[in-house]
Design a protein around this ligand. Structure first.
Ligand SMILES: Cc1cc2nc3c(=O)[nH]c(=O)nc-3n(C[C@H](O)[C@H](O)[C@H](O)COP(=O)(O)OP(=O)(O)OC[C@H]3O[C@@H](n4cnc5c(N)ncnc54)[C@H](O)[C@@H]3O)c2cc1C
Length: 317
């Protein structure tokens, strides 16, 4: 293993970065990038903390190519197997730091350090889940849902609640009206723009409860919601609208641009403004879907491969 003390320089005789690319994150995006790079005969290592959002998917029915749908864990296992078959290596670990290095980047995790000529960040986001016992079971049962684009189709006439900050919740609720006419918003928020959102709710026939949620509890075939003022309601499905944390800290420490929420900004080849550092999937600005992450992974991996041919050391031109 290379240590900081004996880090070579690009001009020395033994100048070698020991990896063409290190991929941070082993969700669908990171694993697809690894598959492409391994098939380009590049040395690549995936370091993964093991908290893919995809692992929460009870059954995805909008991911192309699987007519009966596929569970998130099954998809991840297939992707790991496919990338590994071509020589990509996958290690468990949480990357703590990425530093620029004359040969590329010095990446540190769990007491290990590796030099890689390129780095791809595919670290995803972490949904803010409601305070609820057994939230994971409710997600697995499809009563608690986090992505209306993914599974709105399956709502089909159900009694649905959306809750959170009122404008955000009404926006989600209006989207869900395509799939059910029994939509309720439990929302909080004071400022003026709410009026427009309230008019939108009225226009769509959405019931609006201006309150906070005090508690959620799994019940027979649904979730019982108790408002702060004590009303008790039962819903088939609840979509919390509580935001998410972008796992972009290691990139931001390097000076990568991001939006107000922490989503990373990239160019058309998925490169951040730090030469040689790429980002893709949920952690970048844009639609949070598996097919998007996978498409971006194809772009990033191809750009990494071509860039290594043209310019082995990032920033050296
Ligand atoms: C309940 C639910 C249902 C969904 N259903 C669908 C669906 O049907 N269809 C669809 O297209 N999308 C669906 N999605 C969205 C989909 O899961 C994401 O778009 C997809 O997983 C994004 O892939 P990713 O590789 O960008 O990130 P992720 O899958 O989240 O993977 C990121 C990985 O990076 C790791 N990581 C983070 N930080 C570090 C670090 N510092 N060091 C090492 N590793 C790190 C994480 O542990 C994780 O394993 C759903 C999401 C949820 C929550």
């Amino acid at each position: 293993m290379t240590t900081e003390e004996n880090v070579p320089t690009p001009n020395s005789d033994d100048a070698r970065a020991d990896l063409d690319c290190l991929i941070v994150g082993g969700g669908p995006g990171g694993l697809t990038a690894a598959l492409y790079l391994a098939r380009f005969r590049r040395s690549c290592l995936v370091v993964d903390a093991g908290n893919s959002r995809a692992a929460l998917i009870p059954r995805s029915r909008n991911y192309p190519g699987f007519p009966p749908g596929i569970t998130g864990t099954d998809l991840l296992e297939r992707l790991r197997q496919q990338a590994s078959e071509y020589g990509a290596r996958i290690e468990q670990g949480t990357v703590e730091r990425i530093e620029r290095h004359p040969l590329g980047f010095l990446v540190s995790w769990g007491g290990q350090r590796r030099i890689a000529r390129r780095v791809i960040l595919a670290t995803g986001i972490e949904d803010t889940l409601p305070q609820m016992d057994d939230a994971q079971q409710a997600i697995a049962a499809g009563h608690l849902r986090l992505c209306a684009i993914c599974d709105g189709y399956e709502v089909s006439g159900d009694n649905v609640a959306v809750y959170g900050e009122v404008e955000c919740a009404i926006g989600h609720a209006a989207f869900l009206r395509t799939f059910s006419d029994r939509i309720t918003v439990v929302g909080y928020g004071e400022h003026d723009a709410c009026e427009q959102a309230v008019a939108l709710a009225r226009h769509h026939g959405i019931e609006l409860i201006r309150d906070r949620v005090a508690s959620l509890r799994a019940c027979a075939d649904g979730i019982e919601l108790v408002t702060a003022s004590g009303d008790i309601r039962r819903f088939d499905i609840i979509y919390p609208c509580l935001g998410a944390r972008f796992r972009s800290e290691v990139a931001r420490a390097l000076g990568v641009d991001c939006d107000a929420d922490g989503a990373l900004e990239v160019d058309a080849h998925q490169q951040t403004r730090v030469p040689g550092l790429y980002a893709l999937g949920d952690v970048v600005v844009g639609l949070k879907q598996i097919s998007v992450a996978i498409g971006q992974a194809a772009q990033a991996a191809t750009a990494v491969h071509n860039g290594l041919e043209a310019n082995p050391w990032p920033g050296s031109r």
